[in-house]
Design a protein around this ligand. Sequence first.
Ligand SMILES: Cc1ncc(COP(=O)(O)O)c(C=O)c1O
Length: 327
Amino acid sequence: MQHYSGDQHPNIIDTIGKTPLVRLERLCSNAEVNIYGKLEAFNPGGSIKDRTAKQLISYAINNGKLHFGDTVIESSSGNMAIGLAQACLYYGLNLIVVVDPLVNQHTVKILKTYGAKIEMVKEPAPIGGFLTARLNKVNELLDRVKNSYWPNQYSNPQNPVAHHQTMREIAESLSGNLDYLFAATSTCGTLMGCADYIQKNNLPTKIIAVDAAGSVIFGQPAGKRKIPGHGAGRPSNFLERDKISDVIHITDEECVIGCKRLLEKEAILCGGSSGAVVSALLKKLPYIPKRSTCALIFCDRGERYLDTIYNNDWVKENIELEKVLVA
Ligand SMILES: Cc1ncc(COP(=O)(O)O)c(C=O)c1O
């Protein structure tokens, strides 16, 4: 009988990270570059935000800011909330997630299943919309709920710190030989954590930020975006522009095209920001020297997008497919 000799882990939180880096030979088969995808879907909660949640919560526990039975309060309706729900359940913490009516119902079901409480704000704030309304609610709850703690992924320095490890894993898998890293942005925790690691270790890697068209992170005007995950309606507290080589803005249409290409060519079912990163690579390819090595971070699983990106009726109704990317 053959014995499987994989890693053993003391608990589920310990399985976060060490995600596979997969060679993508078919994605752009004519291009003479080496392409790899970092599959963050392999984290137990399904996204790169498991790493951030683990870092924020374990740092707060280790520094005496959080204790067994305390209540974590955060405004997020996506991957970060799920990462927190998993970490809070494991560490014996309560979690209240503040969401607005735009939240995906499947995500709400996942959060409730992990035992999180949901606080829904019903009206947008007169200035700042639902985001401000949610943050007002967080502050109100922090005042009201005893022994409560706000991880605040938007300004907690432990957010980028979580991604030193993400970058270390990629760099070590490639023995440091990485020319381009493509990473999607929202808080910019992933981007800047990887940038810090690259700088500290004198790696030759150029970082390409992949933002959503309509996101304000890099100073563009705010616009409508239908695909959640990457992009932001407010500037990042972590961004240091001089550490980034280039920024590529990707529309919702290009996200869908990128997701479908990744699925059809490589049989990898990923979320919207992964499609954005694929489309960004295709746009950048003509400027990338032959034999370069590129790594793309694929932030989450595709299952939560089955009713949107992978549903042709939704795409027809919500997104005009106009662009054809060739590579
Ligand atoms: C799917 C997805 N991609 C990309 C990002 C951007 O990550 P960061 O907040 O580290 O910039 C997020 C953040 O929530 C995300 O959920």
